[in-house]
Design a protein around this ligand. Structure first.
Ligand SMILES: [Zn+2]
Length: 709
């Protein structure tokens, strides 16, 4: 086993690498640079944490998210990884201690804010220490065109001069090709291996509906599907976040507002509660979220349309980082588009931002297109980011409940002709007026009553026509020229549609539908054991002053419910249980599981429990089989399950002498069958077919349970 894989298993408790992790880690261990674009939840941090442990010296992680360093460090220390952070919140004494630990090679990982790293003093310190690697997280902050630009990131290129032999890895969740180029330039990563992971987040179910009493829609969504979940609700305005948070609180949810207008103390307090408590809903503007590394966010809801697909993808991407089912839920309306358009329009046009506004408008149109499509949302999202994806994903509203469509060919022809006949100089509103035969000043002014298209669409409402135009724009038949008064222009694609060679199916405006059945079954979050495990986790978290997921992720708790391990050995096999956590928590959680199993025996079926009852009446296997009209093999099978669950002892089941049991046991041990899941055929043969399979199975189960205890 490679050293990296060994660390993955024993320290982090995972069975194997995912996606490109192994290649990235191997490259870094060998001293090569890397640029990693990986979606949230893809396992980015392991890509630098493991090589930091494999390579000699301390791994230096540069992150702009000071507020989150504490949690990252807590999580690592829980795993037994010696880690710390340096930032402006610490006292001089604390800093001195950490620096000396670094110099003495007593740290595996150190998180540093970019503004501190670029100080000459820090560089001088690091030059005296053994450094395993530099990891630059949120690397898109180097992009001067991006929303998250940080000037200190520009200085990070200097690392290549000061530390030419130390490998560097830059990581980010989203970067289009221009941003990737900027990262390589700005951080001097010209020779870096590039790893572009797919953008897909298969566990997120995307749903976009038409806005119709949005508060009630949100309440229905939460009550039906997330009565007890952590989640984020995004709104456009500060005022709205406060109103919605208050209203949700009145409805019995724990909802907290978050926006840039709140005091930094209150923001920090709300963020902390969100991270550290279960079932908190944050109602936020886009000010909330970057770097929020809470794995068990079960839904992200949008009450307003985001400005771009990038923003939508980044915001929804905060759901389900643990890989478990999560929901991205949104309602939108025309008013959203108008509001966003206005916001853009209010930015005074100068020579320098014409280009900016044009790009912003295009992005908004693409976002709108995503809302309007009748095909798979995931396909469209991934296509936008340049990923190939199957045409149907089975986990979005369009796949689960296909939209109703109508033959829009004739309407599309009229809509396009109208744009053409008016010389492609007018925006949607005017075109709709012309089609519907309205008598406006503008129509008079341009003499549009004389056109052949005037009034040919009076059978449709203005809203229907706007829907037709939006869809034609979204699908690339028409474009909107934002520089020239939002004039609608024809694209080459129109030709076939106008000539009648192509037909087009348009979407009917969606009406609010009842909750869909989809993969995000909330059932598995219910049940006594689940609640008991969560309560146990919360208690430990409060005791230690850390977030619950730092103790265990939901994924691990779910596996506890599913497999109900009874022994340390089995507990150690759960995802996310490494050596350190096994030692600290196995007994505590096993006790919870045992209590549940003792009272409920829920993992055993009725028929097994019936067999159990008869065994307790001192009946033999023979007689139970006869009584129940079942084969002996079946009864042996029940018996072995009951032994596994500690409901029966071997002596209560089989009538074999000690010598026989000893012979069988030694043979099992010789063949390495000391854990669950082995094949008994080799044992049967090695023992000259002397004992039947039923007996072998029961002795085997007895041995496994005994050794694991
Ligand atoms: Zn789909």
């Amino acid at each position: 086993m490679s050293q990296s894989l060994n660390i993955l298993k024993t320290t982090f408790g995972f069975d194997g690498f995912r996606g490109q992790q192994q290649a990235i880690i191997d490259g870094l261990v060998e001293g090569q640079d890397a640029l990693v674009i990986m979606p949230t939840g893809g396992g980015k941090s392991l890509c630098y944490q493991i090589p930091s442990l494999v390579r000699e010296g301390c791994g230096i992680i540069i992150s702009p998210l000071i507020a989150l360093m504490q949690d990252q460090v807590d999580a690592l220390n829980e795993l037994g990884v010696r880690s710390h952070y340096l930032n402006s919140t610490q006292t001089f004494e604390q800093v001195k201690q950490i620096e000396s630990a670094l110099k003495n090679n007593a740290l595996d990982l150190l998180y540093i804010a970019p503004e501190r790293l670029s100080q000459p003093r820090t560089i001088a310190l690091l030059q005296q220490c053994k450094i395993a690697l530099f990891a630059i997280d949120e690397a898109h902050c180097v992009s001067q065109w991006g929303h998250d630009f940080r000037v200190d990131y520009l200085k990070l290129g200097l690392l290549s001069e000061y530390f030419p032999d130390i490998p560097r890895i830059a990581l980010t969740a989203t970067a289009d090709s221009r941003t990737q180029h900027e990262i390589c330039e700005g951080l001097q990563l010209h020779k870096a291996n590039k790893y572009l992971a797919g953008f897909d987040r298969p566990n997120i179910c995307y749903r976009i509906g038409l806005k119709n009493q949005p508060k009630q829609q949100l309440l229905r969504f939460l009550s039906n599907e997330h009565p007890k979940s952590s989640g984020i609700v995004y709104c456009l305005s500060r005022k709205k976040t406060e109103a919605i948070a208050e209203w949700l609180s009145e409805q019995g949810f724990t909802a907290l507002p978050y926006h840039a207008g709140l005091s930094s103390e209150l923001r920090a307090h709300h963020q902390k509660r969100f991270l550290r408590e279960d079932n908190i809903i944050i109602v936020a503007t886009i000010a909330f979220g970057m770097g929020i590394d809470k794995p068990d966010v079960r839904f992200v809801a949008h009450l307003d349309l985001p400005k771009s697909i990038e923003a939508y993808y980044q915001e929804t991407g905060r759901a389900g980082r643990d890989g478990e089912a999560a929901d991205a839920w949104m309602v939108y309306g025309l008013e959203d588009v108008i509001k966003l358009r206005e916001m853009l329009a209010q930015t005074a046009v100068t020579d320098t931002n014409v280009e900016y506004k044009r790009v912003e408008n295009q992005k908004l149109e693409a976002m709108l297109g995503l809302c309007e499509i009748t095909s798979c949302r995931r396909h469209a999202l991934l296509h936008y980011f340049g990923d190939d994806a199957p045409s149907s994903c089975g986990n979005c509203d369009m796949c689960l409940q296909p939209a109703e469509t109508w033959d829009g060919t004739e309407a599309a022809q009229k809509a396009i002709s109208c744009a053409y006949r008016t010389d492609q100089r007018f925006g949607v509103s005017h075109l709709v007026d012309v089609l519907r035969g309205a008598a406006t000043e503008k129509i008079n002014q341009f003499n549009h009553k004389e056109l052949s298209v005037y009034g040919i669409g009076s059978d449709f409402s203005a809203q229907q026509w706007r829907s037709v135009y939006r869809q034609l724009i979204a699908r690339g038949f028409l474009t909107v020229d934002f520089v020239n008064y939002n004039a609608v222009k024809l694209n080459e694609r129109c030709r076939a549609l106008l000539k009648g060679g192509e037909t087009i199916a348009l979407r009917k405006d969606p009406i609010d539908k009842p909750a869909l059945r989809h993969k995000s079954s909330s059932n598995k979050y219910h049940g006594e054991l689940w609640e008991a495990l969560k309560a146990c986790r919360s208690e430990l978290a409060v005791e230690q002053g850390v977030a619950p997921y730092i103790i265990f992720h939901d994924t691990t708790l779910m596996e506890m419910v599913k497999f109900q391990p009874q022994t340390q050995l089995h507990f150690g096999r759960l995802t996310g249980v490494g050596a350190s956590k096994k030692e600290k928590y196995a007994e505590i959680f096993l006790a919870v599981i045992k209590k549940y199993s003792d009272t409920g025996k829920k993992s055993l079926t009725e028929t097994v429990l019936e067999t159990h009852r008869l065994f307790k009446e001192n009946k033999t296997i023979d007689s139970i089989a006869q009584l129940r009209d079942l084969t002996q093999t079946t009864i042996y099978n029940h018996a072995s399950q009951l032994i596994r669950e500690g409901q029966l002892t071997l002596g209560e089941v089989v009538d074999a002498d000690e010598k026989t049991i000893e012979i069988i046991e030694s043979c099992l041990i010789e063949h390495g069958l000391t854990e669950m899941g082995g094949q008994l055929k080799p044992i049967y043969e090695a023992l000259n077919e002397e004992f039947d399979y039923g007996l072998l199975r029961c002795v085997y189960m007895h041995l496994v349970v005994r050794l694991a205890a």
